[in-house]
Write a protein that binds this ligand. Structure first.
Ligand code: NAG
Ligand code: NAG
Ligand code: NAG
Length: 329
C-alpha cells in the first residue's frame, strides 16, 4: 500500500485529527532553522544594498563614513586603544620573518597551547612562527612557560573578553615594529590549521596593499533582543544591519591594514563586538575584504582553518579531532 492509500484507509475523524497536527513537525524544524540562521533578518539585510558592498567604501570621506554609521555617537575622547602597550614576555622570532601566526590565548589556557604545540604548530614552515598572545593576569604567571617554549607574547594589560579589541590593536602595534613583517594570521586557540592551505591563502592576495583575508560575512543583522549573546543596543549602533565583516576566529591581515586600523581606531565610537567594529572600520578605511571558503569551517572536510563556532571543544577533544584528520593535511 502506498502512503496515500494508507491515508485513505484511515476513517475521516482520525484523518482530521492527524491533519490538524501534522504541520507541527515541519513548523518546529522551520522555526529552529530560522532562529539559528537568522534568515528573516538576513533577508531584510540583503535588501539594503548599502550594507552589502565588500570592496567599495560607503563614503569617500572618512568623517562622513563614520557619521553614516554612528549619526548618534561621538568617539570616546579618553580612547586609548591606539596606545603603545609594553610586553611582559617576548617570543623568539626568526630573523627577517614576513608572516606570523598569532593565536589568541587566555593566560589560563595552557591546555589549548599544549594541544597546538603538539599538533599543528610544527606543521608550519620554520620561517612562519606561531605565537600565543595573552594579556597579563594576576592569577597566572607565564614566565616559565614562555622561557621554555619561546612562543608567548604577554602584553601589559589585563586579559579579558572585553579587552579583545585592545589585545588585537596591541598585537598589531607589537608586530609592526618588525620591518620585515608583511602579514599577521590571527587565529583562535580552538582551531585546526591546514598549514599547506593557509600558506596558499596567504599568498593569493590582491594588488591593493590593505586587505583582510578570511570568511567574509555579509547581510548580518544587529541582534536587538537583549537576551541574545551578541546583542547590540540601538543607542550603540543605530542601523539594523552590519556592513560585511571578516569572522574573527581566523583571518589574515596585511601590514598596511594593521597600520590603518591602529591609526584610526580612536576616531570611531566603540562597539564591543570586535569583528563587527573591524567590519565598519575596514569599510570606511578602504581595507579590502577577501573571501576564502577555507576559513572558519565547522565541518572537517577541506579547510584552511577548522573552527566549531557553536560550542567550544575542549583541548582533549581537539587532539582527538586532529588525530582523525592529520593524514589528510
Ligand atoms: C590616538 O588617537 C587619538 C585620536 O585620534 C589621537 O589624538 C592620539 O594622538 C593617538 N595616540 C597615539 C599614541 O597615537
Ligand atoms: C582592560 O585592560 C586595562 C589595562 O590593563 C584594565 O585597566 C581594564 O580593567 C581592562 N578591562 C577589562 C574590562 O577587563
Ligand atoms: C589541506 O590543504 C591542501 C591544500 O589546499 C588540500 O589539498 C587538502 O585537502 C587540505 N586538507 C584538509 C583536511 O582540509
Amino acid at each position: 500500500m502506498t502512503s496515500l492509500q494508507k491515508l485513505k484507509a484511515i476513517p475521516l475523524p482520525g484523518k482530521l485529527l492527524i491533519l490538524q497536527f501534522i504541520w507541527v513537525i515541519p513548523y518546529i524544524f522551520l522555526t529552529n532553522y530560522l532562529e539559528r540562521s537568522l534568515l528573516p533578518f538576513r533577508l531584510l539585510c540583503y535588501t539594503q544594498s548599502d550594507f552589502l558592498a565588500v570592496n567599495e567604501p560607503l563614503r569617500k570621506n572618512l568623517d562622513s563614513c563614520i557619521y553614516h554609521y554612528f549619526p548618534n555617537r561621538l568617539s570616546d575622547p579618553k580612547c586609548s586603544l591606539n596606545a603603545s602597550i609594553g610586553s611582559i614576555n617576548d617570543p623568539t622570532l626568526p630573523r627577517g620573518f614576513e608572516k606570523v601566526v598569532v593565536v589568541r590565548s587566555a593566560p589560563g589556557s595552557v591546555d589549548y597551547r599544549n594541544y597546538i604545540r603538539s599538533t599543528w604548530k610544527p606543521t608550519l614552515p620554520a620561517d612562519v612562527p606561531v605565537v600565543f598572545v595573552t594579556g597579563a593576569s594576576l592569577k597566572y604567571d607565564l614566565a616559565s612557560e614562555a622561557n621554555e617554549y619561546g612562543d608567548i607574547l604577554t602584553l601589559d594589560f589585563i586579559d579579558s573578553y572585553k579587552n579583545l579589541t585592545l589585545k588585537m590593536m596591541a598585537t598589531y602595534g607589537y608586530f609592526l615594529k618588525y620591518e620585515s613583517m608583511k602579514q599577521v594570521v590571527v587565529i583562535n586557540d580552538d582551531t585546526i590549521v591546514n598549514a599547506t592551505a593557509l600558506i596558499i591563502d596567504s599568498e593569493s592576495t590582491s594588488n591593493h596593499p590593505s586587505y583582510m583575508i578570511g570568511k567574509v560575512s555579509r547581510g548580518y543583522p544587529r541582534l536587538f533582543f537583549p537576551w541574545l549573546l551578541w546583542h547590540v543596543p540601538g543607542s550603540m549602533y543605530k542601523h539594523k544591519c552590519y556592513p560585511p565583516f571578516v569572522q574573527g576566529s581566523s583571518f589574515i591581515i596585511s601590514r598596511a591594514a594593521m597600520t590603518s586600523l591602529l591609526n584610526h581606531i580612536c576616531q570611531f565610537p566603540f562597539v564591543h563586538l570586535d569583528d563587527v567594529l573591524m567590519g565598519i572600520m575596514t569599510n570606511c578605511l578602504n581595507i579590502r575584504l577577501i573571501h576564502r571558503e577555507g576559513f572558519d569551517r565547522h565541518v572537517l572536510d577541506v579547510f584552511s582553518v577548522f573552527h566549531y563556532q557553536y560550542s567550544r571543544y575542549t583541548a582533549d577533544e581537539m587532539t582527538v579531532l586532529w588525530g582523525k584528520i592529520r593524514h589528510l593535511l
